[in-house]
Design a binder for this molecule. Structure first.
Ligand code: NOJ
Ligand code: NOJ
Length: 498
């Protein structure tokens, strides 16, 4: 009897030890295995995203107007929402910006998928190319340039209703996505790339060359100015990836022109850093108008305009003190702004577009946190972690101390350089904190997602009501779903580096 008892105690303690070891291993793991969204949930998110992209099988009719519009393949609806009840906006358009950011993610999905999945995804890429070719060739009314049109009807024609024109980030974002598509297909079908995609890219980049220092509206479609940080960041990126590609295919003269202008854009971007404020401002002259100052557009500009690790000393690199200090101030500005943030002080805050925003999709009463800006902050933390792991070094300077303390009061208290090789424990701790912070943000947006009456869940609208936490404004916003996937993509990239 005793023996038996002893034996089971031994087995028990063996199991306890085993669990303990597992627990320790898990704690030491820099990147927690459990991602904020499970594989099944990611599948659901992807389905919602693709539902908003028209194909021959997935057509969309827009009925609200005198002449109903029937979609052609390749339109990316910003959201299926149109004016209804309280909601005063029509999102049934193909916005060049939203579409390009979404298709950029589809390119990634294509590049990382199996042959079977590739066969399904390829038409999306080709439809996008043909849609944008049609859109680019439209005639706008006198005094307007088609390339500056912020949005198109879902049949690829120009929409001439009253709107904020031009918006010059669009062609740049489209060129970035198109260069990726051209690179994907270059080997297998050079002729297609030559005839269909290169003219598109050239048209967009030449437009950027001509217009980058002219007046345009910002990405939030509100502030008309010559200087927009986000717009310039993506214009520079487009010129550089374009130049790189044209160099590869021997069109060096064209590449040289784009590189030259990109340098000018970098100089111009430097003016956005405000040493006294400690952050980068969205505009320079209209800092107190709408989102002209502190703005989540800075995070998006850094993420989408990032030169990857090619230019380590870029003033707008993810680990540059100007960027990190801006992140600190942006996050701080939203911390005490919304009731749902105030009620959860231990959580990183949900972010809106800019603090005094009043756009709510309905009455213009008060602004709310947005899914895509909050997820962008998550993506920033993941991307920074990836860069640190790659470089094997974390530099804590006077200017970036607040950034680290914002994650955890005790994380840093002095200037120091932490090398992965010399101090792996501390290095890993910081990486782990960054990843956890991103995870918390995604878990938070996920927690606020909505279930519909048909039992389908994880729906994201454009905004989350600042008080009730309910999804609000345009429903099933495509860019919102994109932002979940791009953040998770950044998270997955850390692993590969580690
Ligand atoms: C609609 C735009 O899409 C939104 O960004 C803007 O805030 C409002 N119009 C107000 O101008
Ligand atoms: C309003 C946002 O401000 C703008 O950035 C976006 O392009 C449109 N909605 C469409 O989603």
């Amino acid at each position: 009897m005793l023996l038996k008892w002893k034996k089971s105690a031994l087995i028990l303690s063996f199991f306890a030890m085993f669990n303990m070891n597992q627990l320790l291993a898990a704690q030491q793991q820099i990147i927690p295995q459990q991602t904020p969204f499970t594989a099944d949930e990611i599948k659901i998110i992807k389905n919602y995203l693709f539902k908003n992209i028209t194909t021959t099988d997935n057509q969309f009719d827009k009925h609200d107007i005198k002449n109903p519009i029937h979609s052609i393949p390749g339109a990316v609806l910003a959201s299926p929402s149109n004016k209804e009840g309280n909601f005063s906006q029509d999102y049934q358009f193909h916005w060049t910006r939203d579409a390009a950011l979404t298709m950029d993610e589809v390119v990634y999905l294509y590049a990382t998928s199996t042959d079977d999945e590739k066969a399904k995804l390829k038409p999306y890429l080709m439809n996008y190319v043909s849609f944008e070719r049609k859109a680019q060739m439209q005639q706008s009314r006198k005094g307007e340039q088609t390339l500056g049109q912020p949005k198109f009807n879902i049949d690829g024609t120009v929409w001439e209703g009253k709107w904020m024109r031009p918006q010059n980030d669009g062609p740049a974002l489209r060129a970035i996505a198109m260069v990726k598509i051209a690179k994907l297909f270059h080997k297998e079908d050079a002729q297609y790339v030559q005839q269909q995609i290169l003219p598109l890219i050239t048209t967009d980049l030449n437009y950027v060359v001509k217009e980058w220092n002219k007046t345009s509206f910002d990405l939030w479609e509100e502030v008309n100015d010559r200087e927009h940080f986000f717009t310039k960041m993506v214009q520079r990126k487009a010129l550089l990836v374009g130049a790189n590609f044209f160099n590869e295919i021997g069109r060096t003269k064209q590449a040289e022109k784009y590189n030259d202008v990109a340098n000018k854009v970098t100089d111009s971007l430097k003016k956005h850093w405000n040493e006294n404020l400690g952050y980068i401002t969205e505009t320079i002259n209209q800092q107190y108008v709408k989102g002209g100052g502190l703005n989540s557009a800075i995070i998006l500009g850094v993420l989408h305009g990032e030169l990857q690790d090619e230019e380590e000393d870029d003033p707008f690199a993810l680990n540059n003190y100007r960027v990190m200090s801006s992140i600190y101030f942006i996050r701080n500005a939203f911390h005490g702004l919304y009731k749902i943030n105030i009620n959860n002080p231990a959580q990183p805050p949900l972010l809106g577009r800019y603090p005094n925003d009043i756009y709510d999709g309905a009455k213009f009463a008060y602004g709310n946190p947005w899914i895509l800006t909050t997820n962008a902050l998550a993506q920033y933390y993941y991307s920074l972690a990836k860069l640190y792991v790659k470089q094997g070094q974390i530099n804590i300077s006077y200017n970036t101390l607040p950034f680290f303390q914002q994650l955890d009061n005790h994380l840093a208290d002095k200037e120091e350089v932490i090398l992965a090789t010399d101090n792996p424990k501390r290095f890993n701790k910081i990486i782990n904190m960054l990843v956890l912070e991103g995870d918390k943000l995604l878990q938070t947006t996920k927690r606020y997602s909505a279930c519909y009456s048909d039992q389908s869940c994880y729906h994201f609208a454009e905004q989350i009501d600042r008080t009730t936490g309910k999804q609000t404004s345009a429903k099933d916003l495509t860019w919102g779903y994109t932002s979940v996937l791009t953040a998770l993509q950044a998270r997955a990239a850390i692993d590969k580096n580690a």
